[in-house]
Write a protein that binds this ligand. Structure first.
Ligand code: SF4
Length: 311
C-alpha cells in the first residue's frame, strides 16, 4: 500500500521532532558537562546531593546528572533529596514514585516550614524569602546527615542573569549567583551545574521528558514581583535581540576590574604610568565601546559549547 501524503507528512514531522529532541539532549548534556569541568564541580568519589523540588529545573538537573554519571571519567554518587514542606495539597507520592522508577537513592525530609512562614509573614506579603532561608538550613543539615560532599541546586543561566540585574537595580552592587560556593555555615560546597543552561531549553526538556511537575506555588505565595518583572524584561529583550542573555551570562566570567569602580579590588589610588606600552591595554576595550563583543562572545560560546550541532 502506498503511503498517503498525510502519512508522509506525519512521518516527516516526527523525524524532525526526533532530530530536534536529540539536538536538545546533546546541548544540555554538553553544557552541564562543560560547567562541571570549568568550575571543577564534581570530583572523584563525591556524593552529590541533588535538591529536587518537583519543579522543571531540579528534575532536569537530576536527569542530566544521571546521564552524565554513566559516562563520567570519574566515579561519583547521586542522592536526590526533597523537602516536603507540608504545603496543603502537596502530592507526596509523586516524587518518591518518580525517583524509585529512575533508580536513584533518595531521601524525603518532612518539615512543616509551611506553618512557620504562614505564622511569621503577614498576610499578603511574599513568603518565598523566609521559606528559602528555612529550606536552605534544613538542606545543609540533611547533607551532613547523608554524608554528601556536594549540594547541587537547579538554578540556571537565566536565574544567574536575573540575580545579577536584581542586585544592580535594587541592591546597587555588582553581584550575581555563583556556580560554586561554600555554604554560609562553611561546611558544604554548593554547586549549580545548570549555570550554562538556558531556561527555555529546560522548559522544552521538561516537556520532552514528561517530568511530573509539582507547582511551587501550592502555598499560595505570590512570586517575587521584581524578579518576575526582570525575567519578563529579559525575555522580551531576548525576543527582540536574540543572544543578549547569553552575552550577559558570558560577561559574568569576563570581568575587567580596571574598567569598573571598585577601589578595593583595583588599586586606582596608587595607579602610575609604567612607561611601557601595553598592546592589550586600554585600547582593547575603549576603542569600540564593546562593539567588537559579538565576535569575542561567539569565540567564548564556541569554546564553551563546542561547534553547533549539525547532525
Ligand atoms: S512559592 Fe511557596 S513554597 Fe515556593 S518558595 Fe515561595 S513560599 Fe516557598
Amino acid at each position: 500500500m502506498n503511503a498517503t501524503p498525510e502519512l508522509l507528512n506525519t512521518q516527516s514531522v516526527e523525524r524532525r521532532q526526533r532530530f530536534e529532541d536529540n539536538k536538545l539532549s546533546k546541548r544540555l548534556h554538553r553544557q552541564v558537562g562543560q560547567a562541571v569541568r570549568d568550575f571543577n564541580m564534581i570530583e572523584s568519589g563525591d556524593k552529590v546531593m541533588v535538591c529536587v523540588s518537583g519543579g522543571k529545573d531540579s528534575y532536569a538537573l537530576l536527569d542530566i546528572l544521571i546521564g552524565l554519571r554513566e559516562r563520567a571519567p570519574v566515579p561519583f554518587e547521586l542522592v536526590a533529596v526533597n523537602l516536603d514542606q507540608k504545603q496543603p495539597g502537596f502530592p507526596e507520592h509523586v516524587l518518591p514514585e518518580y525517583l524509585r522508577a529512575r533508580g536513584v537513592p533518595f531521601h524525603i525530609e518532612e518539615q512543616d516550614t509551611y506553618s512557620i512562614v504562614k505564622r511569621l509573614i503577614p498576610e499578603g506579603q511574599t513568603l518565598c524569602s523566609l521559606c528559602s532561608r528555612l529550606r536552605r538550613g534544613i538542606l545543609y543539615r540533611v547533607a551532613s546527615q547523608l554524608g554528601a560532599t556536594k549540594i547541587a541546586l537547579g538554578h540556571h543561566r537565566d536565574d544567574m542573569v536575573v540575580t545579577l540585574l536584581m542586585n544592580m537595580f535594587f541592591g546597587a552592587r555588582l553581584k550575581g549567583m555563583p556556580p560554586k560556593l561554600v555554604s554560609d555555615d562553611g561546611r558544604h560546597v554548593v554547586i549549580r551545574p545548570l549555570a550554562y543552561v538556558a531556561e527555555s531549553d529546560l522548559e522544552l526538556w521538561a516537556e520532552q521528558r514528561r517530568f511530573p511537575i509539582i507547582p511551587c506555588s501550592l502555598c499560595g505565595s505570590q512570586p517575587n514581583l521584581q524578579r518576575a518583572q526582570i525575567k519578563q524584561m529579559l525575555r522580551d529583550w531576548e525576543r527582540r535581540y536574540p543572544g543578549r542573555i547569553d552575552n550577559m551570562a558570558s560577561a559574568m566570567g569576563r570581568i575587567t576590574l580596571s574598567h569598573l569602580m571598585d577601589r578595593n579590588l583595583f588599586p586606582f589610588a596608587t595607579l602610575q604610568a609604567t612607561g611601557l606600552a601595553d598592546p592589550l591595554g586600554d585600547k582593547a576595550f575603549d576603542d569600540d565601546d564593546g562593539c567588537a563583543e559579538p565576535q569575542a562572545a561567539q569565540a567564548l560560546r564556541l569554546q564553551r559549547d563546542g561547534p553547533p550541532d549539525v547532525t
